[in-house]
Design a protein around this ligand. Structure first.
Ligand SMILES: [Zn+2]
Ligand SMILES: [Zn+2]
Length: 450
C-alpha cells in the first residue's frame, strides 16, 4: 500500500502528471461525445460510453439513475466527507451547429461534452494509490442528465407517465436520493465570455419556472366557416402581446427574463387552429421574484383565451433555484486555478453577480455547499450555432487538474478543509424541504375565457 503523505504540493504535482499523461485520451473522449450529441434523458450512448470508461478505471458504477445518470463512489481510508464531482451529459438542440445531429438537431452548444473528459481525468488522479492513500472521506463521481430544461412537452409526458418525478437531471437525482450520501459538490462548465479569465468562480444564476401552456380553441374550416371556429393561434398571439406589455414593470435588479417558443402552432392551414402549445420560461434572481412575475404572465395567457372566447391550460413546472457558490470551496478552487493559470487569469465574482441563465446546480446549492466554476476554451455564442470548443487542453485537462487539486485540498490531512466547509455552510433547506417545496410548485391552472 502506498504511503500516506501530508505534502499537498507533492500530491497535486502527481495528480497533474497523471492527468497530463492522459491528455490525448481525455480530449479524444470528450470530442467523441461532442460528435454524438444527445438531449436530456436520452443520453444513452453518452452515459454508456462514460460508464464503461469509469468501470475500466476500476470503479463500480450504479447506473440508470434519473434514466441516464450514474454514480460511482470511491472511498478513501480515513473518515471524512464525500465530495461529488459532476459531469453533465446532455446537449441542446441547435440545428445548423456544425456538430449538430442531422436528424434530431442535437448539438453540444453548451460544451457539456468536455465534462466527460474532465471527470475521467479526475478519476485517474484520485484513484491512483499514491494519491488516494493520503486522502480521507470519499469522492462520488456523478454523471448527471438533462441540465438543459428543454423538450418540455415530452418531459411532461414522461412525468405524467411516472417515468420521472422532476424534469431535470440533478433535480430528479436529488429527489431519488442520489445525493443523500454526498456532502458537497463541484463541476466546471466551459465559457466563451471574454471577461471570464481562464477560470472564473463565484456569482449566481437565475431561478426559473417553466410554463407549459395549451391554448384551446375550436377547429373549423378556415375558408368555408372560420366564424364557427375559435382560433387558438390568435389567443396565443394576444397572450404574447400581453406578456410583452408586462416588461416595463420588471426591475433591473431582479434580472427578469421571460421567453418562450411555440412548439405547436396549428396542424393544418385549412383548419382554424384548435390547439396551440407554448413552452416558456420565467426567470428572476430568486424564486419569490419568479413567482410574482409568473402570476403576471399567467394573467397574460388568460387574456389571450378571454379575447377569443377560448380556454387555456397552464402547467407550472418547478424550474431551477438560484445558485449559491460556497465561499470556502470557491477560495480553494480559485487558489488551485491560480496555480494553473496565474493569479491574473482567475476571476472571482461576488455572490450577486447574476449571469442571467439558470442551472440545476442552483437546486443542489439549496441543500449542500457547491461550486459551479467556469473554464475558458470555448468560442462563439453560448447556445448558438457557433459555440465550439477551441481549446480542449484547457477545457478538459486544466479543468480536471483544478478539480483534482481542489478535492486533494478538501480531503488531505484527515479532510480538515472539507470539515471546515461543512462546519461553515448553512444550506437554506434540507433535502426533504427542497423536494416538498418543488412538488408544491407544480400546478395546473385552467381558465375559460367567457
Ligand atoms: Zn446551457
Ligand atoms: Zn451548460
Amino acid at each position: 500500500m502506498a504511503k500516506a503523505t501530508t505534502d499537498r504540493a507533492a500530491l497535486k504535482k502527481a495528480a497533474s502528471k497523471i492527468i497530463k499523461k492522459r491528455a490525448d485520451e481525455l480530449i479524444e473522449f470528450a470530442q467523441d461525445i461532442g460528435r454524438n450529441p444527445e438531449v436530456g434523458f436520452q443520453e444513452f450512448r453518452t452515459s454508456r460510453k462514460l460508464a464503461e470508461a469509469v468501470e475500466k478505471a476500476g470503479l463500480t458504477v450504479e447506473r440508470g439513475l434519473a434514466i441516464t445518470g450514474f454514480k460511482a463512489r470511491h472511498e478513501f481510508s480515513g473518515d471524512g466527507p464525500t465530495v461529488a464531482v459532476i459531469a453533465e451529459l446532455d446537449s441542446l438542440r441547435v440545428p445548423g451547429h456544425e456538430l449538430a445531429d442531422p436528424e434530431t438537431g442535437a448539438a453540444h452548444a453548451c460544451g457539456h461534452h468536455t465534462q466527460s473528459g474532465q471527470i475521467l481525468g479526475v478519476i485517474a488522479a484520485l484513484t491512483d494509490p499514491a494519491i488516494a492513500s493520503s486522502l480521507s472521506g470519499a469522492v462520488a463521481f456523478i454523471a448527471a442528465p438533462a441540465e438543459e430544461f428543454i423538450d418540455v412537452s415530452a418531459r411532461l409526458e414522461a412525468h405524467n407517465a411516472g417515468e420521472i418525478g422532476f424534469m431535470s437531471g440533478k433535480q430528479e437525482m436529488i429527489r431519488l436520493g442520489v445525493f443523500d450520501d454526498v456532502d458537497m459538490a463541484m463541476m466546471v462548465h466551459t465559457s466563451s465570455e471574454s471577461d471570464a479569465g481562464n477560470f472564473s468562480v463565484g456569482g449566481s444564476s437565475n431561478a426559473h419556472v417553466v410554463q407549459h401552456v395549451r391554448f384551446i380553441g375550436k377547429a373549423a374550416h378556415a375558408g368555408g366557416a372560420p366564424w364557427d371556429g375559435i382560433n387558438a393561434l390568435q389567443a396565443a398571439n394576444v397572450a404574447l402581446v400581453a406578456v410583452n406589455a408586462q416588461r416595463e414593470t420588471f426591475q433591473n435588479a431582479d434580472t427578469v427574463r421571460v421567453h418562450g417558443i411555440i412548439t405547436d402552432g396549428g396542424i393544418s392551414v385549412n383548419s382554424v387552429p384548435g390547439q396551440v402549445i407554448y413552452e416558456g420560461r420565467v426567470r428572476g434572481r430568486d424564486s419569490e421574484v419568479v413567482d410574482a412575475i409568473a402570476e403576471k404572465i399567467e394573467r397574460s395567457f388568460k387574456a389571450g383565451a378571454l379575447a377569443v372566447g377560448g380556454e387555456v391550460e397552464i402547467t407550472s413546472i418547478p424550474g431551477y433555484m438560484a445558485l449559491t457558490n460556497d465561499p470556502l470551496m470557491s477560495d480553494i478552487f480559485a487558489a488551485n486555478a491560480e496555480g494553473i493559470s496565474g493569479k491574473e487569469n482567475v476571476i472571482r465574482r461576488g455572490p450577486d453577480a447574476n449571469r442571467g441563465g439558470s442551472t440545476d446546480m442552483g437546486d443542489l446549492s439549496q441543500i449542500m455547499p457547491v461550486i459551479h466554476a467556469y473554464v475558458s476554451g470555448a468560442i462563439g455564442t453560448a447556445h448558438g450555432i457557433d459555440y465550439v470548443i477551441s481549446d480542449y487542453k484547457n477545457a478538459v485537462v486544466n479543468a480536471a487538474i483544478a478539480m483534482a487539486h481542489t478535492v486533494i485540498d478538501l480531503l488531505i490531512d484527515s479532510a480538515a478543509a472539507g470539515g471546515e466547509v461543512l462546519a461553515n455552510s448553512t444550506p437554506p433547506r434540507t433535502k426533504k424541504q427542497y423536494v416538498e417545496s418543488q412538488e408544491s410548485r407544480m400546478r395546473i391552472i385552467r381558465y375559460k375565457g367567457e
